[in-house]
Unconditional design. Structure first.
Length: 245
């Protein structure tokens, strides 16, 4: 297994006013790895992900994403964001655009592809999530699971080096969750590097190469899925996991 880091977060700190919500987070994702982040609501998981592509500006620390020094003012943020894809809990699709138009937008605007190239790349991405036949559907005509798969297609169309997922199945009806997790497993099989915040403990246990438990703005414990789920060392980890049994 290739062990070069695609994402390396060192002593990441973020404050909102007087409140420090990230208090020195260290985290590493190697090429081809699926790393899952678990932890209670309010522990800083979303903030940490959003710092990685500068949707939030950290207060201190260092983030290296595919060689980009994210916090260096000289870094080309648009270029960096092409390497760091993001999939959101609420899908964030444009409701007035079709599935393929949603996937195409960044290809045209950011990558400046021509019309034919854009269409081919967008269709290929929709194909990978099993939705080529829904290319011309509006988001409202799609199930939540299908909308999230469009969100994933939009991310993979840009050929990122890593995709950050922020609770990608939390907004879905339970029967649609497996659909999206299945697409994520396939992505992982294809070698995509992924950092996934999730409450799907079954998925994290079965699919993650590495599991990180965050609480109170720090990484409390991390290790293999077997270590963290079957032999958690920390009281806080055990107490958190006991709510899922
Ligand atoms: P998680 O994703 O683990 O639930 P978040 O990263 O969303 O946690 O939030 C961590 C903490 O930061 C929470 O206490 C939240 O209220 C606070 N927070 C998040 N975003 C903001 C913001 N824009 N302004 C002020 N506080 C925020
Ligand atoms: Mg969150």
């Amino acid at each position: 297994m290739n062990s070069s880091p695609i994402l390396q977060i060192t002593d990441l700190r973020k404050s909102y006013g007087q409140t420090e919500v990230l208090r020195g987070v260290n985290l590493r994702v190697n090429a081809g790895q699926l790393v899952c982040v678990i932890g209670p609501s309010g522990s800083g998981k979303s903030t940490m992900l959003r710092c990685c592509n500068l949707l939030e500006v950290p207060t201190a620390g260092k983030i290296l994403a595919n060689g980009h020094d994210v916090l260096d003012p000289r870094t080309n943020v648009n270029r960096m964001r092409q390497d760091v894809g993001m999939v959101f809990q609420q899908f964030n699709l444009y409701s007035h655009l079709t599935a393929i138009q949603n996937v195409s937008l960044a290809l045209r605007k950011v990558q400046k592809l021509g019309r034919a190239e854009t269409k081919a790349a967008a269709l290929a991405a929709l194909e990978r999530v099993g939705l080529a036949h829904k290319a011309d559907a509006m988001p409202a005509q799609l199930s939540g699971g299908q909308q999230q798969r469009v969100g994933i297609a939009r991310a993979i169309a840009l050929k990122p080096k890593i995709i950050l997922f922020d609770e990608p199945t939390s907004a879905l009806d339970p029967e649609l969750v497996d659909d999206v997790l299945g697409v994520m497993r396939q992505l992982r099989e294809s070698g995509m590097t992924m950092l996934v915040v999730t409450h799907e403990m079954g998925f994290a246990h079965a699919a993650a190469d590495h599991v990180v438990f965050m609480d109170g703005g720090v990484v409390v414990e991390e290790g293999s899925a077997a270590d963290v789920f079957e032999q958690p060392r920390e009281t806080r980890t055990r107490s958190f996991l006991s709510r899922y049994i």
